[in-house]
Design a binder for this molecule. Structure first.
Ligand code: SAH
Length: 346
């Protein structure tokens, strides 16, 4: 699919034509990664962050947030819960928190790998190669780092510079692949300043870099951030050029991503479930996605990991989330995945 065709699909409004896109994405999904929906237990291990990402509700300057960092035993116990629920992997995610040291994370990874069969995905932001290598050596399998936008000017506007670090997420992703990680990335749909051309280029980038995992969700404005406040108006493009942060556009991106990266693991994201609590998860799964990430963070911390307001599944316990996901997966005639559910190479 070339850039012009991607753009045509992104602009498409005709329902019968769109049915064709949904069907193509769903049959590609079935043929290449099958009917299994893989479950990744999400553990939000810390909401401390040193960065100032303009969209993120837990960025360093967000006021009024109670910060937490789970301790070793709490994290091990959440991972144990994921294993007991039958999940093949856990994702440990956090703000960019220097308190999550090389040694702390290495020991955690070693302990979880030594006592469970879980695959481990880390999502701890931009980190030094030395740390990334140590975590790989300790047994980490995968790393998620969304590049957020492939447009360098927009990237720079929404990610203020951080002293002492050149932020190049594509470069970090490539280095991590060389280290042996499966690499995951993604973008938000409708971030202020995102044009249709930029979004089409993002989709091309997923293919160019042959990403193993690709997460796409709508941008959800957080009032704690620049992009969720009055200053956001300076970022938005005129209504013709600005991509909306709506469900339809997000689903188009999920479907197009499946077509350009047919073997990738693609989650139906929490952000999609947040804008459509009734059926967002199912729509994602029937239009290209094959992964869901039930939250196994203890409830008392989960409410504090507020990257955007109204996040789905925030008050449920791990068990309630698990049952709900199981029902949703069964309702669309799919089956729960078994085992770690790594990247397929057909
Ligand atoms: N610190 C880690 C994890 C960030 S949270 C990192 O930087 O990789 C995971 C993802 O949530 C981000 O990559 C971003 O794409 C998404 N996110 C953050 N704020 C959001 C918002 N306001 N609306 C929608 N998604 C958001």
């Amino acid at each position: 699919m070339d850039r012009a065709e991607t753009l045509d699909w992104l602009h498409e409004k005709d329902e019968p034509r769109l049915e064709e896109l949904w069907e193509r994405a769903d049959s590609e999904r079935r043929a290449r990664v099958g009917d299994e929906v893989h479950l990744r237990g999400l553990i939000e291990i810390s909401n401390y962050c040193v960065r100032h990402c303009r969209y993120c509700g837990i960025n360093a300057c967000s006021a009024g947030i109670t910060r937490y960092r789970m301790n070793r035993d709490e994290i091990i116990s959440a991972a144990g819960e994921a294993a007991r629920l039958g999940y093949g992997s856990v994702v440990m995610q956090a703000g960019e928190d220097p308190g999550l040291t090389k040694t702390f994370v290495s020991e955690l990874v070693r302990e979880i790998k030594g006592t469970t069969d879980l695959a481990i995905t880390l999502s701890l932001g931009e980190r030094d190669d030395e740390e990334l290598q140590a975590w790989k050596a300790a047994g980490a399998d995968r790393y998620l780092l969304r590049f957020e936008t492939s447009d360098p000017a927009l990237y720079a506007r929404i990610h203020p510079a951080f002293p002492g670090r050149v932020s190049d997420r594509f470069a970090q992703l490539e280095r991590m692949r060389d280290m042996g990680y499966e690499i995951g990335t993604g973008v938000m749909v409708g971030i202020p300043g995102q044009s249709w051309e930029m979004l089409a280029q993002d989709i091309d980038s997923f293919r160019y870099y042959d990403m193993d995992m690709i997460g796409v969700g709508p941008f959800l404005p957080s009032p704690r951030t620049v992009l969720g406040g009055p200053e956001a108006s300076e970022f938005y493009l005129d209504s013709e050029r600005q991509v909306p942060n709506d469900e339809l556009t997000t689903l188009k991106v999920v479907a197009l991503t499946r077509l350009v990266c047919p073997e990738a693991n693609i989650p139906s994201t929490t952000a999609l479930a947040t804008i459509d609590p009734a059926s967002g998860r199912e729509l994602g799964l029937t239009r290209g996605a094959n992964v869901v990430m039930p939250n196994v963070t203890p409830t008392k911390y989960r409410v504090l990991y507020e990257i955007y307001p109204g996040k789905a599944c925030i008050h449920e316990t791990a068990l309630v989330c698990h049952d709900c996901m199981g029902r949703r997966v069964a309702s669309i005639g799919r089956v729960l995945g078994k085992g770690p559910g790594g990247r397929r190479r057909n």
